[in-house]
Ligand binder design. Structure first.
Ligand SMILES: Nc1ncnc2c1ncn2[C@@H]1O[C@H](COP(=O)(O)OP(=O)(O)O)[C@@H](O)[C@H]1O
Ligand SMILES: Cc1cn([C@H]2C[C@H](O)[C@@H](COP(=O)(O)OP(=O)(O)O)O2)c(=O)[nH]c1=O
Length: 205
């Protein structure tokens, strides 16, 4: 049987990586021996290209294709092989990040960037079975990021407000896939809630 794909999404500083780290140490989750992964990927040709792009003044369309190339590589090398082995895959960011972020950055290039970017993925991506949306006000998430955020071109309140709106719209469009998490609470509380929801989902599927 094919495994299950669970993704963690949300704006910068919403606490996805913190919770992903906690889940890796959580005995109830560890029992399933999940594969933990992320986008952009780390230490790969495509992931390095993405990292360079987001640290520079790269054209937004070029950036989209780099993120998407990284997604293709991620799918081919990590996600698909693991799912085919029946594994549970937990990814810190995935395609919805492209829909939400590039859905905004590409507004200067395209009339309807959200639909366009979704269409670009349609025939070859694997849609997650379950997606947690870490929802938080950008004012709070940016403050959390402190110095780290000052270097990032994406960590700006006005921009993240629009990205958050798209994430919430995506969640409204697919309520059976998304679980919205109030990410303003403590990491311990969020870890507990996400763990419970994952266990509940796995017991049903
Ligand atoms: N629930 C939380 N409450 C307060 N601070 C948090 C919480 N979760 C994460 N942080 C802090 O906020 C910053 C961003 O968290 P991180 O997990 O890296 O977010 P993301 O992966 O979503 O960008 C880090 O400094 C982290 O220690
Ligand atoms: C995966 C992905 C990330 N991004 C953005 C989100 C982040 O601002 C940045 C790097 O992602 P990431 O390293 O996950 O940042 P963070 O830990 O702060 O959440 O790239 C996109 O714009 N499109 C994408 O498809």
């Amino acid at each position: 049987m094919r495994g299950k794909l669970i993704t963690l999404e949300g704006i910068d500083g919403s606490g996805k990586s913190t919770v992903a780290g906690k889940l890796q140490e959580n005995p109830a989750i560890k029992a399933f021996e999940p594969v933990f992964t992320r986008e952009p990927t780390k230490g790969t040709l495509t992931g390095d290209a993405v990292e360079k792009a987001i640290q520079s003044d790269t054209d937004q369309l070029a950036e989209l294709f780099l993120f998407t190339a990284d997604h293709a590589e991620h799918l081919a090398k990590i996600v698909k092989p693991a799912l085919e082995k029946g594994k549970i895959v937990i990814s810190d960011r995935y395609s919805d990040s492209r829909y939400a972020y590039q859905g905004i950055t590409l507004k200067t290039h395209l009339e309807n960037p959200l639909e366009w970017v979704k269409n670009l993925h349609r025939d070859w991506t694997i849609v997650p079975d379950l997606t947690f949306l870490f929802d938080i006000r950008p004012e709070v998430s940016i403050q959390r990021c402190g110095k780290r955020g000052e270097q990032s071109k994406f960590e700006k309140i006005e921009f993240l407000r629009k990205v958050r709106e798209i994430f919430l719209r995506l969640a409204r469009e697919e309520p059976e896939r998304f679980i919205i998490i109030d990410a303003s609470r403590s990491p311990e509380y969020i870890e507990k809630e996400v763990t419970e929801k994952i266990l509940e989902f796995l017991s049903r599927n």
